[in-house]
Write a new protein. Structure first.
Length: 230
């Protein structure tokens, strides 16, 4: 069983429209939808925004629904000048940008210094790379994502990420926690996000509101094509 986690309802609706033979299962405060997508058995759910919500949901997919592969899809904020709204980012590596340990161990936060760095499954990543090479239209980047419990739009937030995590091509609020849980359970996972905004550009919060639905649809379409490869 493949588990698919999204953060927001618009992201769920974009992928759930593609789900065949849907069965709804309420579990605690959530609704899980099982069925077939691109011929694969999947269970999908709106996990909620933020690291803790994503971690709880990921754990439930593994323990309650028996998912042996997890895909985290939805939207993210781009962090490079060369990126555009609706480009795709597939994360090969991820960490927390708001896990700051200087006062504990006097080590500056970075991909090299964080004890919480997680990696998408190599085989899943290669399948995503194949899709990226086949699709026309918006670009697809394979790169690093940083996650934290904040929507990134303020200049000081951007400067911090650029300074400490210059390798990052996107930021979101869930990916690293999904990677954290899956790594703890030895469950293969991959992160695939469509850019709803570019955080280094002015008024990116307005871009997010304007493009989040279209970005969600693009992520859903990419996921459908990706599952055909598995």
């Amino acid at each position: 069983m493949i588990g698919i986690i999204v953060a927001m309802n618009c992201e769920l609706e974009a992928i759930r429209q593609l789900l065949e033979n849907q069965v709804e299962t309420p579990y605690f405060d959530q609704k899980y939808y099982s069925g077939q997508l691109s011929g694969k058995d999947v269970t999908m759910v709106e996990g909620g925004i933020g690291k803790v919500a994503a971690a709880i949901t990921c754990t439930r997919l593994i323990e309650k629904f028996g998912c042996d592969t997890v895909i985290n899809i939805g939207t993210a904020g781009g962090i490079k000048e060369y990126e555009n709204v609706l480009d795709m980012v597939v994360a090969d590596r991820m960490t927390y940008h708001d896990w700051v340990s200087e006062t504990i161990n006097n080590v500056t936060s970075s991909f090299d210094n964080s004890q919480y760095v997680f990696y998408s499954d190599k085989d899943l990543l290669e399948k995503a790379r194949e899709i990226a090479e086949e699709l026309d239209g918006h670009q697809v980047f394979i790169g690093n994502i940083v996650s934290g419990d904040a929507f990134i739009s303020m200049p000081y937030q951007v400067r911090y990420i650029q300074s400490h995590f210059p390798e990052a091509v996107a930021c979101d609020m869930e990916s690293a926690s999904v990677g954290h849980v899956c790594s703890s359970y030895n469950v293969p996972f991959v992160i695939m996000r469509s850019l709803s905004d570019i955080v280094i550009k002015k008024d990116n919060d307005l871009d997010f509101a304007a493009y989040v639905v279209r970005a969600s649809q693009r992520a859903a379409a990419f996921t459908r094509a990706f599952l055909k490869k598995l």
